[in-house]
Design a protein around this ligand. Sequence first.
Ligand SMILES: Cc1ncc(C[n+]2csc(CCOP(=O)(O)OP(=O)(O)O)c2C)c(N)n1
Length: 608
Amino acid sequence: MKKIMSGNEAIARGAFEAGVKVAAAYPGTPSTEILENIAEEYKDIYAEWSPNEKVALEVAFGGSLAGARAMACMKHVGVNVAADPFMTLSYVGVNGGLVLVTCDDPELYSSQNEQDNRHYARFAKVPMFEPSDSQEAKDFIKLGFEVSEKFDTPVMVRSVTRISHAKGIVGLEEPVVPPVPIEIRKQTEKFTMLPSFARIRHGVIEERFLKLKEFAEHFPGNRMEINDPTVGIITAGISYQYSKEVFPNYSYLKLGMVWPLPKNLIGEFFKKVKKVYIVEELDPFLEENIRAMGFKPKGGKDRFPICGELNPWIIERKMLGKKSKTPKPVFTGSLPPRPPNLCAGCPHRGVFAVLRKLKVYTAGDIGCYTLGAYPPLNVINSNVCMGSSIGTVHGMSKALGDKGKGKIVGVIGDSTFLHGGVHPLMNMSYNKSCGTIILMDNRTTGMTGSQEHPGTGYTIRGEKTHKIDLLELGRVLGIENPRKVNPWNLEETEKVVREEIEKDTPSLIISEGPCMMLRRVFKKFNKPPVVDSTKCLGCKTCINLGCPAISYQPVEGEMALTADGKKRKGIAYIDPSLCPGCHLCYQVCKFEAIQSQEEKPIFGFETM
Ligand SMILES: Cc1ncc(C[n+]2csc(CCOP(=O)(O)OP(=O)(O)O)c2C)c(N)n1
């Protein structure tokens, strides 16, 4: 049977066909759908959202230790979080096959950086496979488990956005029964990395590496396609597809295994073709390693860009210069540019309206609320990685001393807090900080598409489970009096923030309001407020909330005057089809031009 599948669906299918028993992940674009698909389609696989990528990899390792085939999936930056166990997992090896899927994001469609995770395979001395379509995504996952068990090593499979999210035809097969029994085996010296045991294991992984090099020479996924012998391209993954599209007649060395590299095969290719080019996205990973082997390609990163995605047009233009004929791809539709924005009714908006008013320095974190950096909110002033806001606030407070008092806050989402914020908050109370952390608890992992986490009370498969009490957690971490606010009530939020930022001790405010996308929790939405066009002065205070439901329309002639004769240039309009009725605009309008349609204005929503 054949099926059209995205790369991520094919990876999930590969895990199923390989007989995987344990799969763990933390969401992150472009990897998220792998675990979602496993949870949805393959009920025999134990699947979980772990609180972060380090935990996900450790869970998968536990599965492998017990003899099961196990997989951990994450976006590229997730591997940084998991890097500590990962580097040493290379030493201890596996029992059941262990595959780490990294989904990289060239062009940074939704990431904080564009790192090239092929370096991790070299760094950790583990094999890495890189599929170039959905079929290979499935095949390389299955192969990854076999290689993992054969060579006693974790295996990395690297995807990129265009592989994970593009669809292709995939041949389906029945699942296999993995060869390793599931049982407890005590192998203390292999799995306990005390220096004396780890020293021995280092030697073992160097020997393993030589064997993997030999494997790479004969691995059929590293294949030569000899056509026109004048030009040869060494490439892998999505770059292979782009190159083939524009230069179908050139010769290719298509690498399915990007680490370790097959030196002899590469040498043969150099002998068979006249001029060799290396086409790869992001870093000159293949190029530098191939040059280090003593080969001299005609071109690589001297002509192809190091930043951003490649595409067929770039490849043709960089190879042929002015002789390139393919026109630059343009979007023919008339879609207007739309910057990312918080949704209408988003609970984060109220907090940002208050912080903007208070003019505090706001250390941000990663999530929907990072969008508070854009105009018109202009609130977030820094943001590095998940959980970093809290340490940033602490460090700034220590550096500034009294000068920083009442002027620094950090904002962090609930998922991000449970991913990487717990330790830095503990540190703030332990090391006697001041500074205020606002935990934007919208009861979901909003930015990546509403995944559950330990604070939602549900598992990946929607079963009810223990729900972390964030207020209680704050107390346990040493915050004296953590407080909750309703972010849709501006007066209350402002009052609490003002009080908390003046404290000499660390403080925690939990802004509690569910994400608008979390339909299950809303009992009902409110009637949208309306603009009284006779009163609106066009002052744009409501517009500056950045709510997509509110627009501004210029007016002329008779309309350029309010009912009581004040001049105006335009009026605001609230689109009732977009507005869930959060009433923030109602609260900021100083001229009573925005009127509530509820019996008495409601700040927030009735929720479950
Ligand atoms: C190390 C790492 N893992 C995963 C991600 C992907 N990611 C970006 S924001 C985010 C969490 C957002 O959820 P939350 O903190 O609750 O904020 P919300 O978007 O709901 O406002 C995730 C998982 C990332 N950027 N970095």
